[in-house]
Ligand binder design. Structure first.
Ligand code: NAD
Length: 324
């Protein structure tokens, strides 16, 4: 039997890089595309091309001779990034998503997996730290906080219309804060778990007594470890479920609690200095009822376990950097 050929866009990024390795282990022929190569380790892809998917001819080239596409490429980052570069994010991601989908259709791709986000949910449902978990249907009437979320919502709709009108099946996932090793940990695009691991590692290695936390630290989120994310992606791709589906943990913690957990893994006690900074919505959690129903599964790696696999990797990066 011919090996199924898949394309992973964003294969130089955090989730895309891990996904390439995961799909290789499942026996696929994998092509990776990104504007950058993976930063922290070699790709396992059979073929890796540097292509800017904002350009139509690159989208056509990337999707040629593949059976399935995992569309992960996006201009994205943590709150410090997406709250500032809104126009750029909206423009870049619209170009990437629209053209990847259309090029996939033209090239006869059979199935496309689209990576949306919990950022699609309305801001007014996320005003309290003790928020009610968000169900998929809560996305409408729409009022995402940022341009990033609006673009994801638009692309979700586009995927659904493409699969209705054409012979291109689509699967849509809404990730809730995925974290793990081999992800961005400095430079401005990193998200809360990586940023906190970095701050704590710097303090530990330099002997500093405190770390800075954006806001009062009482904002809440749920966090999902990368290995669960990969399993969920694959299960959803193999399912016949065409609507958007949450993929995340449903255990909510405050950012202060997250920092405490990381400090305990690092073996340090530091003061938390609360400073002004972008915090995103006040509270967010995933309602996993539909996920459990559709996939007969839910993420199983605890936050403590995920952090204990992530922190040592970030501490090592910081150590290497400090040594110059
Ligand atoms: P990431 O930033 O590490 O990966 C995205 C990759 O897309 C990067 O390597 C980037 O270089 C690439 N890219 C950007 N512009 C491109 C272009 N013009 N052409 C080709 N490639 C381009 O982010 P990630 O965390 O791995 O996220 C993967 C996907 O999951 C994204 O679509 C993101 O929006 C979505 N998502 C992630 C999370 C999370 O918690 N990490 C949450 C919600 C949604």
């Amino acid at each position: 039997m011919m090996q199924t050929r898949v394309l992973v866009t964003g294969a130089g990024g955090f989730i895309g890089h891990h996904l390439v390795s995961y799909l290789k282990k499942q026996g696929y022929w994998v092509k990776g595309v990104d504007i950058k190569t993976p930063e922290f380790s070699e790709t396992d892809a059979d073929e890796f091309e540097l292509l800017d998917l904002r350009k139509w001819e690159n989208c056509l080239r990337a999707t040629r001779e593949v059976d399935e596409v995992y569309a992960l490429a996006a201009d994205m980052g943590g709150m410090g990034y997406i709250s500032v570069y809104q126009a750029e994010i909206l423009r870049n991601n619209t170009l990437i998503d629209l053209q990847t989908l259309e090029a996939s259709r033209r090239n006869g791709v059979k199935k496309l997996f689209y990576t949306s986000s919990a950022c699609v949910y309305p801001e007014h449902l996320q005003l309290e730290a003790n928020v009610t978990p968000l169900r998929e249907q809560d996305a409408y009437p729409a009022q995402p906080q940022d341009a990033y979320g609006w673009e994801k919502l638009y692309s979700e709709i586009m995927c659904q219309h493409y699969s209705q009108q054409y012979k291109l099946e689509t699967r849509i996932v809404r990730f809730h804060n995925i974290f793990g090793p081999y992800g961005t940990w400095e430079g401005g695009r990193e998200k809360a778990p990586a940023a906190l691991c970095r701050k704590i590692a710097y303090a530990k290695l330099s002997g500093a007594k405190e770390i800075e936390i954006w806001g009062d630290g009482e904002q809440t989120r749920s966090f999902c470890y990368i290995d669960d994310c990969l399993k969920g992606i694959y299960k959803l791709m193999l399912s016949d479920y065409p609507q958007p589906l949450n993929l995340g943990q449903d255990r909510m913690v405050t950012i202060n609690e997250l920092a405490d957990m990381i400090m305990s893994i690092a073996g340090v006690q530091l003061q938390k200095k609360h400073v002004p900074g972008p915090q995103g919505v006040r509270g967010r959690n995933s309602d996993n009822n539909l996920l459990k129903q559709v996939l007969n599964w839910e993420p199983e790696i605890s936050l403590e376990e995920g952090l204990s696999r992530t922190y040592p990797w970030i501490e090592k990066q910081v150590y290497t950097k400090l040594r110059g």
